[in-house]
Design a protein around this ligand. Sequence first.
Ligand SMILES: Cc1cc2nc3c(=O)[nH]c(=O)nc-3n(C[C@H](O)[C@H](O)[C@H](O)COP(=O)(O)O)c2cc1C
Ligand code: SF4
Length: 526
Amino acid sequence: MTIFRTHILIPVDQNTVQAGVFEVKRHLENQLQARKLDQEIKVLETGTLGVVGQGVILVVFPERICYTRVKVEDIPRIVEEHLVKGRVVRNLEHLTLDMKPGVREPYQLGLAREQKRIVLDKAWKIDPENLEEVLASGGYRGLEKILSSSLSPTAVIEEVKKSGLRGRGGAGFPTGMKWEFTRKAPGEEKYVICNADEGEPGTFKDRLILEGDPHKLIEGMQIAGYAIGSQKGYIYIRGEYDLSIRRMQKAIDQARQSNLLGKNILETGFSFDLEIKKGAGAYVCGEETALIESLEGKRGNPRLKPPYPVTHGLWQKPTLVNNVETLANVPEILFHGSGWFRKFGTEKCPGTKVFTILGHVETPGLIEVEMGTPLREIVFSFGGGVRGGKRFKAALLGGAAGVFLSEALLDVRMDFESLKDNKAVLGSGAVLVMNEDASILDMLLSILKFFAHESCGQCTPCRVGTHQLLELADHFRQGQGSEADLERMINVSKAMVATSLCPLGQSLIMPVKSAVDNFRGDFLKN
Ligand SMILES: Cc1cc2nc3c(=O)[nH]c(=O)nc-3n(C[C@H](O)[C@H](O)[C@H](O)COP(=O)(O)O)c2cc1C
Ligand code: SF4
């Protein structure tokens, strides 16, 4: 085995790909080869660091020097100065990653050490395409523990129930209960579906889990399959997520070749296999029944519920649908135990949550923190505060089907229960920050356009209601809206809640009502 004196980690995600990461990496490797350093220095592609707008990033270990916005032309200096002479290249943008707990320095990169990472713990530290590294860093140990100790499926479900894990796809439904319903549903053939459609605007948390640690998702799905009595799983991935699909497929192939997936896994008699299906870009296909229709090869129209997928899902068989982040929590829960998981977060919402921070903040990106972390901390510590020293005006939480919160609620704790108590939702974990100059009316208009476009048109209240709301909101932009129009908007949204077939039509009340209630002035000032 070769012992390397230096490791250079290169995070690869959509942001760094756009910034030219592969070209930089190729130049670095060529230079190392030319100088015969490739047997001393190892270059590794990792998953994301969770930062946006920092260009190509190189992290040099053991010094923990993190160069940002690296260009091809910087490579000769990094090689000559840092890798040969051992001196940090001072005039390139860099910082030292302090790995000690409690150190706030890497905030500039959104890499706060106070983050509690469970699903993303390895995302930027390992090469996700290298199974050996995955195994050496604890991959598949949750599954191995279950299979080697012959823990029964019901005991696995009990452990997940005890952990208090709740679905991270938006609604926060207790995961263990969903597993139990699916296990108890009559039928021999059952399916596990991972919802990786991630169509919610402003949300990219699942993509970075898929890219950063795809084996963790495989392991979570296998454990779910074992628990509910299923031998087949599908990962429904948003079609535009090229890198996620490629990495996920590679991980599936590697797991199969190593007898970690497929028939008779690790000679234990347990069989489970996985297949990837690509979504075609419809927002509504993230809704679990529309997703199932799409998986069956039909147009992705939502089904009337009940019956729920737990009894009548894919091909009308009992089906478990869970979000990527939900499933990625499972291996660690099973390995460490539910008590360990409950140490993080709140009593009713244990564990962590991955948030995407975007909009008018200094350091947009992705963080994983304990459930219940105050919104103020997310915006001002992790997000670096409002960009350019402007005042905070609002945060839109949970994506397009989310809620506008005003400054008065900056201290709200970010967990399902606390937000519900304040008439808000956690949703997909998107936190879009708006400064004092932003117009809530403009933002609502773009949300309404999005919904009018994405409504599947199957039921009248949603098909017509989305357009009515758009027209009403547009009155305000023309300077013609009145108090009566605001009431009409609320009434149309309420009618949609009462009569729409699926949650897409039912959820518009949230952005509409919170915008009207908390930012009335933005509508009537024109
Ligand atoms: C319009 C719409 C879009 C949705 N998109 C997603 C999505 O992209 N990913 C996701 O996990 N859940 C999405 N959901 C929620 C799913 O229907 C479902 O509740 C979720 O996948 C269940 O997983 P969980 O229990 O792990 O949260 C969406 C729901 C609606 C109504
Ligand atoms: S509520 Fe909207 S998206 Fe849902 S089924 Fe009806 S028309 Fe389609």
